[in-house]
Design a protein around this ligand. Structure first.
Ligand code: ADP
Ligand code: ADP
Length: 228
């Protein structure tokens, strides 16, 4: 089934920048969709429209709940992972990961096992009591991914999550992300500048072009790369 539908959505900013010409895009459950294209082609803007962080100037974003509904809070579970992990430095890893559950007022006895499970999923079961400053950049990014997974999102949005990491760390995270998203059939929209990531992580690649931002072509990949 579809998860979200972008219907002729456009975005212009107050300064006149036409960030996105009308875009149509349907994201289906279980897809790993990668957005790739030059800087300024509207990749981040498209993610923010889908996340309801921006209003489209025209067109709409619909969520699937048996039928398509206009975007709203209920029934919509999405998580956003940014390039900067933005962890609370004074709080332990487990507390950082628990944050979205605290915001939803999930009682601690229910939250604790979910936090532990999310940390296991990103290979950080042992680091729950560490502080962010004790972790490497790659580990901090894993914490940020765990904080997204703990909410059990039906859509995971990732805006160049590994762009600031060294190549070795990045390749390792790429591998683990493929395993994770395929195991859990996580529906993901992933923004990257890396053709390697687009080709090796995705089930579908949406190539965008700039001025104005638009979809240039799509590439569907039948199967992800086998691991190992
Ligand atoms: P990325 O290419 O990594 O997505 P950003 O989203 O930070 O980078 O910014 C992309 C472009 O949008 C940059 O050229 C930046 O200068 C521009 N930009 C971002 N925010 C604003 C803003 N509030 N006003 C004008 N330009 C902006
Ligand atoms: P990408 O993520 O592909 O680099 P963006 O979505 O960040 O592209 O930006 C698309 C276009 O919109 C760029 O020309 C950028 O400068 C502009 N832009 C992005 N955010 C803003 C903003 N808040 N105000 C004005 N212009 C913006």
């Amino acid at each position: 089934p579809p998860v979200v539908e972008v219907l002729s959505a456009e975005k212009s900013f107050a300064n006149g920048t036409r960030a996105l010409a009308p875009i149509d895009l349907t994201v289906r459950a279980g897809e790993f969709l990668t957005l790739i294209g030059p800087s300024g082609c509207g990749k981040s803007t498209l993610l923010k429209l889908i996340a309801n962080l921006y209003e489209p100037t025209d067109g709409r974003i619909n969520w699937w709940r048996g039928d398509f509904r206009k975007v709203g809070q209920d029934g919509r579970r999405l998580a956003f992972v940014f390039q900067d992990p933005t962890l609370m430095p004074w709080a332990r890893v487990a507390t950082n990961v628990r944050l979205p559950l605290d915001l939803e007022r999930v009682p601690k006895p229910q939250a604790t096992p979910r936090v532990a499970a999310a940390l296991e999923q990103v290979g950080l079961g042992h680091a729950a009591r560490s502080f962010p400053r004790q972790l490497s950049g790659g580990m901090r990014m894993r914490v940020s991914i765990a904080r997204a997974l703990v909410t059990e999102p039906n859509l995971l949005l990732m805006d160049e999550p590994f762009g600031a990491l060294d190549e070795f760390t990045r390749n390792k995270l790429d591998d683990d992300l493929v395993a994770l998203s395929w195991e859990r059939k996580l529906t993901t929209i992933f923004v990257t500048h890396s053709i390697y990531e687009a080709v090796f992580l995705s089930t579908r690649i949406v190539v965008m072009a700039a001025n104005p931002g638009r979809v240039f072509r799509e590439v569907v990949i039948d199967e992800p790369m086998p691991r190992g």
